[in-house]
Design a protein around this ligand. Structure first.
Ligand code: GDP
Length: 459
């Protein structure tokens, strides 16, 4: 497959000043020589790599399709590790399609989603963890997520894994060098050194696992559910946090019938904010469905913003919500909204719930900064903290780390019980191989295909 030359539009679909078509493969330059005509006349001929050329892309009948700038990056010093030609065209959907079609006519194949990056991986330009960092940077929804993606892209996770594997390989070599020792007679210093290697590797794997939760939060966002009885100001709060008029705000109870989901970023941390229909016993079927959904979302919420109307005393429905909150494991923040009206609610009304109580006004915007700070602090405390560094975040990676940790535990036990170094060696090898999966060294082609197919087109 890597012998073929591929091409695709690399810029987003839509209208823009410039749109880029990228070609990669051994025939990228010959194809460009065929369809590109330099402005100063003549044929394209040889092109010095890493220089720009101005000219036209012409159709088979000689008609001008666009005026473009051509960039040539020669193998192996390109993103994919192959010859790459980029055509900077005018950024219109039709013109880009036509130029792309022209590259196909001239012999290029349409690139699959993620195929450029997959080639970079297959050609050893990037390991899997770094390739995924590229996609994460593109998909990042907050500054922290972007920072974590950049770290991954530049190899922070990869180098930690590589170090761990080197340590394991050292331990395996130590055992193999000592294979001549009679089984019960391994010198004590060897055992001590082995123990040290295993302990260090275990600590490293556990350190990475501790960052996995933070990594997931940065990728997916903290699932934050806004609950409260109708009319307390849930939609207004969502809008105030969003700074737009996304949810419909009315004073008819129960108008937010379905769950509205928006994404916001607080202190660089992405939040998936869900405005729910409330939990009251609903009369019609649509509303009942909304209530059911609220229940489902509450069940797996990580953060709950429970909203109350501070201009009235707690109602029976509020009390029901409070009872429900007491049973929840999620982090909770209690918000007494409408503090701009004469407030009758007191912090003492929320005794018995382990949650900060904040006075806010979604309308006047008061208390919202304190809310943002409280949210940021709570999220920081969530498992593992959010320190930037090597943050594994894919289920695939977490599973591999857990699996490796298990083998290292077994290796440590085997060693402690004096079971013989063969047993230890088997587990160390397994851990070594499994950690290699994270870098893509020991995974099969189906998995590689599946991972890259989730990348975006043209990348
Ligand atoms: P929801 O049903 O909980 O989503 O509540 P809405 O956001 O639709 O608001 C219900 C009513 O309360 C609307 O008339 C809002 O204008 C009003 N409201 C929301 N927040 C405030 C606030 O901070 N102060 C005051 N005075 N009214 C508010």
């Amino acid at each position: 497959m890597t012998g073929d030359t591929i091409s695709q539009i690399a810029t987003p679909h839509g209208i823009g000043g410039i749109g880029i078509i990228r070609m990669s493969g051994a025939d990228a330059l010959p194809i460009a020589q065929h369809i590109f005509h330099p402005a100063k006349g003549g044929a394209l001929g040889e092109v010095a790599p890493y220089t720009a050329r101005f000219g036209q892309v012409r159709a088979a009948d000689g008609a001008i399709l666009d005026e473009v700038i051509l960039l040539y990056m020669r193998a192996p010093h390109s993103y994919t590790g192959e010859d790459v030609v980029e055509l900077q065209c005018h950024g219109g959907t039709v013109v880009l399609r036509e130029v792309l079609q022209r590259t196909w006519e001239a012999g290029a194949q349409p690139a699959e989603p993620g195929e450029f990056t997959k080639r970079a991986f297959l050609n050893g330009r990037l390991d899997l963890a770094r390739a995924e960092g590229v996609m994460e940077l593109i998909a990042a929804k907050s500054t922290r997520a972007a920072r974590a993606a950049r770290e991954r892209m530049s190899g922070a996770l990869s180098s930690e894994i590589t170090l761990l594997r080197a340590r394991l390989l050292g331990a395996i070599a130590r055992i193999e060098a000592g294979i001549d020792f009679p089984e019960d007679d391994i010198p004590a210093p060897e055992i001590a050194a082995l123990q040290e290697d295993i302990t260090a590797a275990r600590a490293g794997v556990h350190r990475l696992l501790a960052g996995a939760e933070a990594g997931r939060i940065l990728r997916e966002g903290v699932k934050t559910v806004i609950v409260g009885r109708p009319n307390v100001g849930k939609s207004s709060l969502l809008n105030a946090l969003l700074g737009t008029e996304r949810a419909i705000v009315t004073d008819v109870p129960g108008t937010t019938r379905d769950v509205i989901e928006e994404e916001i970023s607080i202190d660089g941390i992405p939040l998936r904010l869900l405005d729910t229909a409330g939990l009251r016993a609903a009369e019609d079927a649509v509303e009942r469905l909304g209530v059911e959904r609220t229940e489902q979302h509450l069940a797996d919420a990580e953060l709950v913003l429970a909203v109350f109307d501070s201009s009235t005393h707690l109602t029976a429905e509020d009390q029901e919500l409070l009872a429900r909150l007491r049973t929840m494991r999620a982090d909770i923040i209690i918000l007494c909204n409408k503090e701009d009206c004469a407030s009758v609610l007191r912090v003492a009304d929320f005794d018995g719930i382990n949650a900060p109580v904040l006075m806010i006004s979604a309308h006047a915007g008061t208390g919202l900064d304190a809310l943002r700070e409280t949210i940021a602090a709570r999220v920081q405390q969530m498992e593992g903290g959010l320190d930037d560094g090597a943050l594994p975040n894919k289920e695939r990676e977490t599973r591999a780390l857990e699996h490796a940790a298990k083998h290292l535990d077994e290796a440590a036990t085997a060693l402690a019980q004096g079971l013989g170094t063969d047993f230890v060696s088997i587990d160390l090898r397994s851990a070594y191989e499994i950690l290699g999966e994270i870098l893509g060294e020991t995974v099969d082609t189906d998995l590689i295909d599946r991972i890259f197919s989730e990348f975006c087109i043209g990348k």
